[in-house]
Design a protein around this ligand. Structure first.
Ligand code: AMP
Ligand code: MG
Length: 701
C-alpha cells in the first residue's frame, strides 16, 4: 500500500527549551510505520528529532526503500509572500532564506520572534506575523493580531479556507498557533533538502518521484478516528502521529501519488484533504495491534494482589483486539461504535411547532388577541416558503416548520375560531409551544461516542440527525472451554465420581449477556496434548479464550502448566473470595482467561475481572460495575485483606444474602440476583448497615 515502505508522521514543537524528561504532550512525537508495525518515539528537542529522522532516512536509502514523512506545520505561506521576501514565487527559495536566518540551537533556544520581526519589516503597515510574549512585543511584531494593518497579505492559505479549524500561519504564539512551528520547522526541513539532495522532494512543490518525500499533514482531519483509537493513558499527541501514520500507510499507492501531486504549488497543501474517506477506509482495514505476550506479567515478589490493583493492571494492559466494519444504523443494535459520530444535521433542523394550533409573531402584551388566519397552512414536512404578515396567524400542525413571521404558537384548544379569524384571551409568551432549530442536537455535535454499545435510543438519535451507516467494531469472539477428567455432558450418563459440566452453559450465557459472541469450545480432559490441540484450534477462530478448571498450580492444573510451558502465563493470586488464582496467559497471541473450576468462583471472576476486560478488548472501553448501597438484611463479620462477594438479592428495600457461602453451591447462584461487594478492610456488617449491591445488570450481564 501507499507506495512507501515507511511512513513517518511528526508532531512538531516550537518549544524554546527541552521538553520534560517524562514523555508529555506538546513535545515532538514521531511515529514510524513500517512492515505493519508502528513505533512511536518522544523527543525533547528538535535536534534530537532530526537525528532520528536522518537515521530513518539513511536506513531507508541503504535498503532501497521509499519513505514518506509528514509534518504538522505549514510548508508555505499565502500567495505573494515568497515573492515579497525572495523576489521569486518559489516557496523553496523562501525555505533557503529561512534556513539562513533561523538560529535553532541543540537545546531548542531560537530566534523565531526576531526573524518574524525582520520579515514584517519587509512589508508596509504592521504584520503579517503577530503574537509573542508581551515583554518583547513592539510596533513591528505586535502581541495582538488586531494591531496589524496594511501589510497586504491574505490571512489564510487556500487550503486553510477549506479547513476552518486550521490556524493561519501568521500567529506565532499561544493556543493552537502554528506560525512558530512553521518558521523553525521549515528551516530544519531545508537542512534535510541540503543533506539528501535529489533523493528528497517536498510535496506539492516538487514531483514526489524520489525515495524520500516530505509532506504537510494535519492530524485533526482524523480527529474522531484518533479519539476512537487513543489508548488508555496514551498521550493525545502520540495517538495523533500513530493513527495518522497508520492511515497514510494504508492508502493505495496510486491514490497516494495523486494526493501528493495535488494542491497549490506556491502556498503548499495538506496531504489527504478531500480524501478523508480513503484515510478512514485505510484505518478500518488496519490490523488491530496484537496484545504483547508479557501483558499479564506481574511484578516479582507480589503475593496477593489486591482486586483494585489487578483491575488497574488489566485495564492498562489490554486494548481492543477487534477491527472495525461499516454497518447500516438499522442493523447496528448492540454493536460497539468504532468512531465518534458527528451530527451531519441539526435536530430539529428548523424551528417548528410542538403542538397543533395557530402561529403568529408573538411578543405583544395585550390581553385580548384577535387576528385573521391566512389561507395557507403549515403541515409537517412542508418547506416554509411563505411569510405570515404581522398581525395575522397561520394554521400550523405539530412538527411543521415555522414559516417566516412566526415565532409563537397557541394551542388550538385555547382559541376561538370564527370563520377566517381567531381570538383568545391573556398574554402569551413569545416563543411559546415552539422548538428551536438545533435545541436537541446542533450540527457538528458529537452525538454518540466511540466505544458505546448502541441502544435502541441511540439508533433513534443517529437516525434523527441523518446518519445512515456507522463504523462498528467486529464482534468479540469468546471461546469457552471446560477442563477436567470428572466432567460429562449434561443429559448423558454419569459415573459415580463424575459431575456434569455446569460452567460451560453458564459462561456462554454470560458472554452472550455481555454482548459478545460466545463460541463453544467443548470439554477437554486433563491431558496436556489434548488441551494444546484445542488451544491451537481455538486460537485460529476466536479473539479470547475463557477456560474453567485446572487454573491453579497443582499437579492436575493442566491449563496453568501448559500455558507456563508453551505459551506465556502469569498466575494472578488475587485477594478475593470466592476465587482462587486466575491464570492469565497468551496462546499464539490470543489471551486466555483461566478461571477457577468452581462454578461460583468462575462466575464471580468472570463478572469482576473478565467482564470489564472483555469490554475493553471489544473496543467498548473498560466497564466498571455499577452498584448501589442498600441496607443489609443480614449480619456478617469479615477479616481485613481480601474483597468478598456474596450471592445476594434485594427484597423489601433490604439486601439478603444466600444462607451458605459454600463455594460449591450452584443453587445459591441461581437464587441470587446480584452480588454484595464487601471492601478489603475488616468489617462487621449489622442489619440495616448500608452495603454495596451490584445486580447482574450492573456487571453488564
Ligand atoms: P479445579 O479448578 O479444576 O480444581 O476445579 C475446582 C472444582 O470445580 C472441582 O470440584 C471441579 O470438579 C469443579 N469443576 C470444574 N469444572 C467444572 C465445570 N465445568 N462444571 C462444574 N464443576 C466444575
Ligand atoms: Mg480440574
Amino acid at each position: 500500500m501507499s507506495g512507501f515502505d515507511r511512513v513517518i508522521v511528526v508532531d512538531w514543537s516550537a518549544s524554546k527549551a527541552p521538553s520534560p524528561k517524562v514523555p508529555s504532550a506538546d513535545a515532538i512525537w514521531i511515529a514510524v510505520q513500517a512492515g505493519g508495525q508502528t513505533t512511536c518515539t518522544y523527543h525533547r528537542t528538535r535536534a534530537d528529532a532530526m537525528a532520528t529522522l536522518c537515521a530513518e532516512f539513511d536506513a531507508a536509502i541503504l535498503a532501497g526503500q521509499r519513505v514518506l514523512a509528514g509534518f504538522d506545520f505549514p510548508f508555505g505561506y499565502p500567495a505573494g509572500f515568497a515573492r515579497a521576501v525572495t523576489g521569486t514565487s518559489d516557496p523553496l527559495a523562501l525555505w533557503g532564506n529561512l534556513a539562513k536566518w533561523i538560529k535553532d540551537a541543540d537545546d531548542n533556544a531560537n530566534n523565531r520572534f526576531e526573524v518574524a520581526g525582520d520579515l514584517n519589516r519587509l512589508f508596509p503597515g504592521v504584520g503579517p506575523f503577530w503574537g509573542c510574549p508581551a515583554a518583547i512585543a513592539d510596533d513591528v511584531l505586535p502581541a495582538k493580531g488586531s494591531a496589524r494593518h496594511g501589510h497586504g497579505m491574505t490571512e489564510r492559505r487556500k487550503i486553510e479556507t477549506l479547513i476552518a479549524s486550521a490556524q493561519p500561519c501568521w500567529k506565532l504564539y499561544t493556543t493552537g498557533s502554528v506560525g512558530s512551528q512553521a518558521l523553525l520547522g521549515i528551516a530544519r526541513l531545508q537542512g534535510l533538502r541540503e543533506r539528501y539532495g535529489a533523493a528528497l522532494s517536498v510535496a506539492p512543490f516538487e514531483a514526489p518521484d524520489t525515495p524520500i518525500v516530505l509532506a504537510e499533514v494535519y492530524p485533526s482531519l482524523l480527529a474522531a478516528e484518533i479519539a476512537a483509537r487513543q489508548g488508555v493513558d496514551e498521550i493525545k499527541d502520540r495517538a495523533q502521529v500513530r493513527v495518522t501514520a497508520q492511515a497514510l500507510a494504508g492508502v493505495p499507492g496510486e491514490q497516494m501519488d495523486v494526493m501528493l501531486r495535488e494542491g497549490d504549488t506556491e502556498e503548499g497543501w495538506i496531504l489527504g484533504v478531500g480524501h478523508e474517506d480513503a484515510l478512514r477506509a485505510s484505518l478500518e482495514r488496519a490490523p488491530v495491534p496484537p496484545l504483547k505476550n508479557d501483558c499479564f506479567a506481574l511484578p516479582p515478589g507480589v503475593h496477593w494482589t489486591p482486586v483494585d490493583k489487578a483491575l488497574a493492571d488489566l485495564r492498562q494492559r489490554l486494548g481492543p483486539v477487534v477491527g472495525s466494519e461499516t454497518a447500516p444504523v438499522n442493523a447496528a443494535l448492540n454493536r460497539v461504535l468504532a468512531a465518534h459520530v458527528i451530527a451531519p444535521r441539526a435536530h430539529p433542523p428548523l424551528p417548528n411547532t410542538a403542538v397543533d394550533g395557530y402561529g403568529f409573531a408573538g411578543g405583544k402584551a395585550e390581553s385580548v388577541h384577535d387576528m385573521p388566519v391566512i389561507a395557507a397552512q403549515m403541515t409537517a414536512g412542508r418547506t416554509p416558503d411563505f411569510e405570515v404578515p404581522s398581525g395575522s396567524a397561520v394554521r400550523i400542525l405539530t412538527g411543521a416548520a415555522l414559516p417566516g413571521g412566526v415565532d409563537t404558537v397557541i394551542l388550538q384548544e385555547d382559541v376561538q375560531r370564527t370563520g377566517g379569524r381567531i381570538s383568545f384571551h391573556g398574554p402569551i409568551k413569545a416563543g411559546a409551544n415552539t422548538r428551536a432549530a438545533g435545541e436537541d442536537v446542533e450540527t457538528g455535535a458529537c452525538v454518540v461516542s466511540a466505544g458505546r454499545r448502541l441502544t435502541p435510543a441511540d439508533l433513534a438519535l443517529l437516525s434523527a440527525v441523518g446518519v445512515g451507516t456507522v463504523s462498528v467494531r467486529a464482534p468479540l469472539r469468546v471461546g469457552v472451554l471446560s477442563t477436567g477428567d470428572e466432567l460429562v455432558a449434561p443429559g448423558s450418563d454419569a459415573g459415580p465420581g463424575q459431575i456434569y459440566d455446569a460452567n460451560r452453559p453458564m459462561l456462554l450465557g454470560l458472554i452472550d449477556r455481555l454482548g459478545h459472541v460466545g463460541i463453544d469450545l467443548g470439554h477437554v480432559n486433563d491431558d496436556r496434548t489434548a488441551l494444546s490441540g484445542r488451544f491451537d484450534d481455538a486460537a485460529a477462530r476466536v479473539d479470547v479464550i475463557v477456560t474453567s478448571g485446572g487454573a491453579s498450580a497443582g499437579d492436575e492444573d493442566h491449563v496453568s502448566a501448559l500455558l507456563n510451558a508453551s505459551g506465556h502465563m502469569a498466575l494472578w493470586r488475587i485477594a478475593i473470595k470466592p476465587g482462587r488464582p486466575l491464570a492469565l496467559g497468551m496462546w499464539q497471541g490470543v489471551p486466555v482467561f483461566g478461571l477457577p473450576g468452581n462454578p461460583v468462583a468462575a462466575m464471580v471472576c468472570t463478572l469482576v475481572f473478565a467482564a470489564p476486560a472483555l469490554a475493553q478488548m471489544a473496543g467498548a472501553g473498560w466497564s466498571a460495575p455499577q452498584g448501589f448501597d442498600v441496607p443489609a438484611g443480614f449480619e456478617k463479620r469479615k477479616k481485613a485483606g481480601r474483597r468478598e462477594f456474596l450471592r445476594a438479592r434485594t427484597r423489601d428495600g433490604r439486601v439478603e444474602v444466600f444462607q451458605s457461602e459454600g463455594s460449591g453451591r450452584i443453587s445459591g447462584l441461581s437464587w441470587a440476583e446480584g452480588l454484595v461487594e464487601l471492601p478489603d478492610d475488616a468489617l462487621h456488617v449489622r442489619p440495616g448497615d448500608p452495603v454495596r449491591f451490584i445486580p447482574w445488570s450492573g456487571f453488564g450481564a
